[in-house]
Design a protein around this ligand. Structure first.
Ligand code: PLP
Length: 362
């Protein structure tokens, strides 16, 4: 393969770009996970994750697994065969979690949407049931404000490879007292995912089986960056700013953002509809080949219809401008009819934000 100079632009909505500092933290001799030093690392990352879940008083467990594992953990620890679950069809991953629930022998009621809307809180409230409330934050934790305790969530599911700026391979459950008590009587079979041993070992910073030691070094570093150096509120504001700049670019191109309700816009990614007669995957291929940038593909029934711009994780204004320039050039190369105004619209917005006193003070 001929060498491609410069950095690849990894602008898929996760895995995201891993900061050099985190890579260096991971690149360290693996320690004895049952030795005396490991417990300090384990306690530090568990305490840091509790702060990311907004100082939860609940329990946090860390799995050496992708996000899908933490989905399974949430279900098998709390439910029994035949239990009914109400899920909302917000898109591809909601559909996969629903399929998993059905495979596990749960009775799923799936609230349909057109994939252009989020979950409808009123329809869920209408169930009027004291059910356990579970939330998938895999693509939003540490990018968008999220409060496990304050919002009454019972199980939060999260993953390492997005806002937490780590490679894939770690996933999380944050567990309320109500969910923990449900786990005592839940009868779905579980072993690897069982919370009880994870929580008991976690008290001293250890794990019942071999943890992903080097990823935990990385997690300790990324938590320092997010919590102590940048601060979560600044992280959230940065993601909002980049999302708004991206949407302005999309509109200035004359294209449409997939999400229809501004209250449901994501600050971590923007899905862009390509006009009928054009193939979003062809646009992505052209951009990859011409400009060495990866964009997210449309998943499931959105295949070929949208491309997704990831603007989450370790990202700044100029990286976003490079991303949007690559998209604008790629759309033109792919002969998608767009106005070449998107980059300019985003740049104007980012310049205005940079002038704002709140940002200068920060
Ligand atoms: C919202 C959401 N849920 C679940 C998943 C699945 O996670 P994983 O691929 O880490 O198993 C993803 C992955 O992108 C996701 O974005």
């Amino acid at each position: 393969m001929p060498r491609t100079a410069g950095r690849h632009f990894l602008q898929i909505p996760g895995p995201t770009n891993v900061p050099d500092r985190v890579l260096r933290a991971i690149d360290f001799p693996t320690m004895d996970h049952r030795g005396p030093d490991f417990g300090e690392l384990g306690k530090a990352v568990l305490a840091g994750m509790k702060r990311v879940f907004k100082s939860t008083k609940g329990e946090v467990v860390i799995y050496p697994a992708s996000g899908t594992g933490a989905w399974e953990a949430a279900l098998v620890n709390t439910l029994s065969p035949g239990d009914r679950v109400l899920m909302a069809e917000t898109g591809h991953f909601a559909t996969l979690w629903q399929k998993m629930a059905a495979k596990l022998g749960l009775g799923v009621e799936f609230l349909p949407t057109d994939w252009r809307h989020g979950a409808d809180p009123e329809a869920i409230d209408a169930a009027g049931h004291p059910a356990l409330y579970m939330v998938d934050t895999i693509s939003s934790l540490a990018s968008i404000d999220y409060r496990h305790d304050e919002w009454g969530v019972d199980v939060t599911v999260a993953g390492s490879q997005k806002g937490l700026m780590l490679p894939p391979g770690l996933s999380f459950n944050c567990i309320s007292p109500k969910a923990l008590s449900a786990s005592k009587s839940a009868r779905l079979p579980r072993s690897y995912w069982a919370w009880d041993e994870m929580i008991a070992n976690g008290k001293t910073g250890y794990f019942p089986y071999t943890p992903a030691t080097n990823l935990l070094y990385g997690l300790r570093e990324s938590l320092t960056m997010l919590l102590d150096e940048e601060g979560l509120d600044a992280v959230f504001a940065r993601h909002q700013r980049h999302a708004e700049a991206t949407r302005r670019a999309v509109r200035a191109w004359g294209l449409e953002v997939l999400a229809l309700d501004p209250r449901e816009y994501s600050a971590s990614l923007t899905a862009v509809l390509v006009p009928a007669g054009h193939d979003a995957d062809r646009v992505r291929k052209i951009i990859l080949e011409a400009f060495d940038m990866s964009l997210g593909t449309g998943l499931g029934k959105l295949g070929g219809k949208v491309f997704r711009i990831g603007h989450l994780g370790d990202f700044n204004d100029l990286a976003l401008m490079g991303t949007l320039a690559g998209v604008e050039m790629g759309l033109t190369l792919a002969s998608v009819p767009v106005k070449r105004e998107g980059v300019r619209a985003a740049m104007e917005y980012l310049s205005d934000c940079a002038k704002a006193p709140a940002r200068r003070a920060a």
